[in-house]
Design a protein around this ligand. Sequence first.
Ligand SMILES: [Zn+2]
Length: 304
Amino acid sequence: MRIGIDLGGTKIEVIALADDGSELFRKRIATPRHDYDQTVQAICSLVHDAEAATGERGSVGVGIPGTLSPFTGRVKNANSVWLNGQPLDKDLADALGRPVRIANDANCLAVSEATDGAGAGAKVVFAVIIGTGCGSGVAIQGQVHAGGNGIAGEFGHNPLPWIDEEEWAYQQATPCYCGQRGCIETFVSGTGFAQSYRFVTGMERSGAEIMALVAQGDAEATKAIKRYERRLAKSLAHVVNLLDPDVIVLGGGMSNVERLYSHVPALMREYVFGGECDTPVRKAVHGDSSGVRGAAWLWQRGEQ
Ligand SMILES: [Zn+2]
């Protein structure tokens, strides 16, 4: 049995998976915010709940909104800031009496979809979470490719390529929280979609409200989603030029915009060097569950 934990800023979810990927147990609790020791205890109690309910012992994988530094062995880049600087894998391993694997939540999405989702059987899967922010990661043969610095696949804070005048003006007016300007995240996250709409129209609307206007044929909203599609296509064309993944999987709130899957691949061809690109762009099959399922699949079939 595999136990996966999705450690989020507001909730912690546990899932227990059988070898065939079927779900044996699931539970969700509120994250003890700003308290590291209680966060560790909460994860351990969820593992124990899963094992009590199923009567089985499981391997444990944890997805976090950050990554483990390969230099210090401690968490970095987590927006749940009380995790940063902590040796979370070691503390959990000590508390649970077994090795614990930890990966970034976007990497968990990539692993989940590569194992039994939209990228099942694909050798290289690039996964993007386009939600409040923009996290992304790579799975190679079903395993996380974290990279020597623990940052592989994170393209959200690369600059948007091939920018036009409007994008230049937007990036001058909208610095990224990371300290740079022009980050892909500020354009293709759900937050960036709404911010960019406000920049052009002066109106404050959520992504869902803008998409409702698109459905009604509103001209400004339609222009906004077309801009968004082109920006996502430019960003992904960069990934194809560099990595050429077999499948690109989208998760997060913006991944529910169905027109992306027909429009973005065609636009990508305009930017990929040589003009040939048949890379499928697919919606995450497991939706919001992909993070927690991917955490469980950090232990692959045959490894236990
Ligand atoms: Zn940035």
